[in-house]
Every structure is written in C-alpha cells, then in structure tokens.
Design a protein around this ligand. Structure first.
Ligand code: BJW
Ligand code: ZN
Length: 262
C-alpha cells in the first residue's frame, strides 16, 4: 500500500516529524502566550511598556537593583500563576515517547519543565526537560559567590535592605537569567547546537527569531542538511529559509502536528 501524499503544509509537517529520526524543538515566548505569559515584542509585548536596556542588562541591575527586582517580582507573580498549555503538553509527551527528541527553550517560565513532570507522572521526566538557554525566572544566582539555586519566595523590593540576599554569603542575589550582552552558558549552548546539527527536523515554535545566538540554532539544522518547520501566527526572519512555515497559534497547531494518528 502506498502512503497518500500530504495535501497541505500541516500534513507535510506531520509526515516530516513522524519520519524524523532526531528532532529538536526550539521554543520562544509565543509557545507560552496561550498560558497567559506575556511575549516580549509585538503589540501586547513586555518591551512595549518597559525598555529592555533599563531592565534586562547587567548595567541596569548595577544602576538600580530595586527597579530590576521589582520588575522581576511582578513577572514572577504573573508567570507563577500560569500553567502549561496543549503545546507544552504535546511536546513533553513527544519527548517522553520517542528517543532523539530535544526541547530547547529561550523561555524563563519553566512551563516546559512543569509539562514534562506532569506528562511523566511518577516516571522519569528527564527526557522531556528542556535546555533553558536564557535561564529561569524562578532561579537566582549570587552576585559575589558561585551560589545558584531555586527561589520562588515573593520579592520585597521596597528598600535595598529587603532585596533577596545569598543564603551562603549574604551578598545581593540576581535573577538567574541571561541578560542582553551576557554570554549564554557554554555547555548548554554547546548541547543545543550539537543537537540541532544532528537533527533531521528543527521545529521552531513561537519565537520572533531575532535574538542571537538562540535564533541561529534553527540555521544550524538547515546548514547540516536538516529541515526547519516554523509555527508562528506571524512571519519572522526565519520564514524565508524555513522548509515549512505554518501560520497559527502554538496550542492549536503543535498538538495537531504531533498527533500520532490522523
Ligand atoms: C505566538 C503566539 C502563539 C505570539 N503561538 N506563537 C547577532 C546579531 C545582532 C545582535 C546580536 C547577535 N549576536 C548577539 C547579539 C546581541 C544580542 C541580540 O541578539 N540582540 C538582538 C535583539 C539584536 N544577544 C545577546 O546579547 C545575547 N548574548 C550574547 O550574544 O552574548 C555574546 C557575548 C560575547 C562576548 C561577550 C559578551 C557577550 C544574550 C541574549 C539574552 C536575551 N535575553 C532575553 C531577556 C531575558 C530577560 C527576561 O526574560 O527577563 O530573553 S531577550 C528576550 O528575547 C528573552 C527571550 O528569550 C528572547 C527571545 O524572544 P522570543 O522568545 O522570540 O519572544 P518575542 O516576544 O520576541 O516573540 C514571540 C513570538 O511569538 C512572535 O514571533 C509572535 O508572533 C509569536 N507568538 N503568540 C505561537 N499563540
Ligand atoms: Zn553568595
């Protein structure tokens, strides 16, 4: 029996993903949009009301740590109330069900991790845990010593004295997030690029693909001979080079692409 030819781009993408031996999934803020997490760019994006250089750079933190912590405290409350959506869940199930799937995220919201744990239940979630390129809003690191740990307590930025301090050395803590001008963790980035180069398909979901080096991960798959499938309601700089670019929302399109039966 011959396999029927795909009739549209979504069918073609489903067939490509079903046949791929190795898959990397690169996600951005758009994958969490339907969970209620604000994106950065665009009409409803965070950067419309807040200037990145005043809040997401090491200089901004050195200048005014209270302002920066106030902003992160507000975002932590907002993100902390959000839950994974159908796209996070489908990606977690895929990574647990098939070998050779790696989820790489630019997001700091930990929703892929929540989805991985939910999908694994009492089992091992590790295959579905993402590489977090830009860190986590629910982790902190010390500005003076190597300490780095999970931290979900509310932030009191009402005075310098109430800002979060290191459990080990009492120096000021900062969000464990990669700000503009800062280097991404070398080992994490290396793992991400190695996975991308070995992948038959890079599925790119909900990123404007303007922040580097993350945006170059999809290009690494293309240059190594693989294919790129983009899911985004808008065009991005990647659209032109992607093998397939699907217009739509992550929570609707991703589960449809990953369904195992028609
Ligand atoms: C939906 C949807 C739905 C909506 N479903 N989709 C090369 C060229 C030019 C510049 C550079 C370059 N290489 C490096 C740079 C500099 C800089 C950079 O990239 N700048 C560009 C912006 C111009 N990069 C850096 O500084 C990086 N560091 C670095 O390169 O270090 C090198 C170095 C070497 C030697 C010494 C020192 C340094 C670090 C970048 C860190 C980025 N961090 C941020 C902020 C974190 C702060 C925080 O979270 O609090 O990370 S920036 C921000 O953008 C955040 C995101 O992870 C990142 C990407 O954004 P994302 O995820 O794409 O979101 P949006 O909002 O842009 O897009 C959402 C998309 O979703 C849209 O397309 C929507 O259409 C779509 N969408 N609803 C599906 N329902
Ligand atoms: Zn410390």
């Amino acid at each position: 029996m011959t396999t029927p030819l795909p009739t549209n781009a979504r069918d073609a993408a489903r067939a490509m993903l079903a046949a791929a031996h190795r898959i990397v999934v690169l996600t951005g803020a758009g994958v969490s949009a339907e969970s209620g997490v604000p994106t950065f760019r665009g009409p409803e994006g965070l950067w419309r009301n807040f200037r990145p250089e005043e809040l997401a750079t090491p200089d901004a933190f050195a200048r005014d740590p209270r302002l920066v912590w106030e902003w992160y405290g507000w975002r932590r409350e907002r993100v902390g109330a959000c839950r994974p959506n159908a796209a996070h869940a489908a990606l977690a199930r895929l990574a647990l069900a098939r070998e050779g799937v790696r989820v790489i995220t630019q997001n700091v919201d930990e929703l892929h991790t929540d989805a991985a744990r939910a999908a694994a239940g009492t089992g091992d979630a590790s295959a579905a845990l993402p590489l977090e390129l830009h860190g986590s809003i629910f982790r902190v690191r010390c500005t003076a010593c190597p300490a780095r740990y999970a931290h979900r307590r509310p932030i009191d930025a009402s005075s310098d004295a109430t800002l979060p301090r290191c459990d080990r050395c009492s120096a000021l803590l900062r969000p464990d997030i990669v700000w503009f001008g800062e280097q991404l963790d070398h080992a994490t980035l290396n793992d991400a690029f190695r996975a991308a180069e070995r992948a038959a398909v890079c599925l790119v979901v909900g990123t404007s693909a303007v922040v580097h080096p993350a945006a170059s991960i999809a290009t690494a798959t293309l240059h190594a001979g693989g294919q790129v499938i983009e899911v985004n309601p808008e065009e991005t700089p990647l659209t032109r080079t992607a093998t397939l670019s699907l217009r739509g929302a992550a929570a609707e399109v991703v589960p449809e692409l990953l369904r195992t039966s028609p």
